[in-house]
Design a protein around this ligand. Structure first.
Ligand code: ADP
Ligand code: MG
Length: 366
């Protein structure tokens, strides 16, 4: 579990525990909204955890309860082992980076970053040392006298990050911080944020609906659905061992076949699917013979060729540079396949029949 893994040597970094945390919004028509439905999490000091899920699944509400902007209707929040549930936001040792940056437009970069330190009544000298250190860390050195309206979106986001970091909080909270940036800058900034978070060794909870962002940044990902945790694990765990079709679809692309369990072995299960029987399929579930199951197969696990396990019809074939993108029909199911190094392969065109070869080890049953 997470508490055994060491992520940081920073003594300020704090462990975060959410215990049966709940937020119910009353609805005047009687149907209460369970925005957050008794979730549990244990996040280690210095760990980077992303809350991922579709709009309305409870990401922002969870984050705002951690920050203290929203009151839980049940459960507890512990930071560094102590309950912060009833503390006001300014007494929580948390700092938040917002999607909209929320900078002070009338202050320059330096004063935006120094603002919280002035309120804490640090000396001029201390403030200057801390702000200069953070400007350096976030790549803002030289911009300290600029007004925030003279900055690009990426620079404004850095100021927002710097302003949060300078307070040396026990945990850093991010609510979709990159949503207002263009695609290229978003990719650049996610690496940047991750590098800075690692360098400081601070605990981070990051909210996004972008699975690529979650995959590339996180130590662990929490997939939320309707206010509940659908799955929690490292990017590799959620990608290779999804617990449900929802998880499999939410992270990456998933090809699925529906079948029936016909046998069990030490190394996996046998499944009857598309008039075949495939043995040695790995699973994390406790199936019994006769159960329905879904086989999840990732696009890059498949190759389109003359011989192979599954017969298929090419519905769409297109050159994507580093790979050939195929859409195929496999026994009434739609498959996506990424064929790497297309220049070394025979290319199947739309309308052709082919077979899909795959390693049974690449199939995961749920
Ligand atoms: N202030 C509020 N009053 C009533 N319902 C709310 C309020 N804030 C959020 N909700 C509802 O709670 C659910 C979760 O919202 P939210 O946490 O904002 O989701 P996300 O950030 O994942 O998109 C949604 O159904 C939303 O409509
Ligand atoms: Mg939100």
């Amino acid at each position: 579990m997470s508490e055994q893994k060491v992520y940081t040597t920073n003594p300020n970094a704090k462990r975060l525990q959410l215990i049966d945390l709940e937020k119910v919004y009353p609805n005047k028509h009687g149907a209460d909204v369970h925005a957050v439905d008794r979730i549990n999490m244990d996040i280690a000091p210095g760990e980077f955890v992303t809350l991922l899920g579709p709009s309305g699944c409870g990401k922002t509400t969870t984050l705002r309860m951690i920050a203290g902007f929203e009151k839980p209707t049940g459960g507890d929040i512990r930071l560094g082992g102590e309950s912060i549930r009833y503390l006001s936001p300014d007494r929580r040792d948390t700092a938040m980076v917002f999607q909209t940056y929320a900078l002070f437009p009338n202050l320059n970069v330096y004063d935006n970053i120094a603002y919280g330190l002035k309120i804490k009544k640090l000396t001029r000298q201390e403030i200057q040392e801390k702000v200069m250190g953070i400007l350096n860390l976030t790549g803002l050195m030289g911009l300290e006298n600029r007004h925030t309206n003279e900055l690009s979106g990426g620079q404004q986001q850095r100021v927002a990050l710097a302003r949060a970091l300078v307070m040396e909080p026990g945990i850093l909270l991010f609510d979709e911080p990159l949503s207002n940036l263009d695609a290229k800058l978003r990719i650049q900034m996610r690496t940047e944020i991750r590098k800075i978070q690692r360098a400081v060794g601070i605990t981070a909870v990051y909210v996004t609906h972008d699975q690529a962002e979650a995959m590339s940044m996180s130590d662990r990902i929490v997939i939320l659905k309707d206010g509940r945790i659908e799955q929690m694990g490292s990017p590799k765990e959620v990608y290779y061992s999804p617990v449900s079709e929802f998880s499999a679809n939410f992270i990456g692309t998933a090809n699925m076949l529906h079948g029936k369990v016909v046998g069990k072995q030490d190394d996996g299960i046998s499944v009857s699917v598309l008039d075949m029987e495939i043995s040695g399929i790995k699973t994390d579930r406790e199936f019994v013979v006769g159960d329905e199951c879904t086989l999840v197969i990732r696009p890059e696990a498949c190759t389109v060729q003359e011989k192979g396990l599954l017969s298929a019809k090419v519905v769409f074939s297109t050159f994507m540079g580093s790979y050939q993108l195929y859409e195929l029909e496999v026994g009434g199911n739609r498959f996506t396949v990424h064929e790497n190094n297309p220049k070394n392969q025979h290319i199947y065109e739309t309308g052709e029949t082919a077979r899909i070869e795959l390693d049974v080890a690449d199939i995961h049953a749920i």
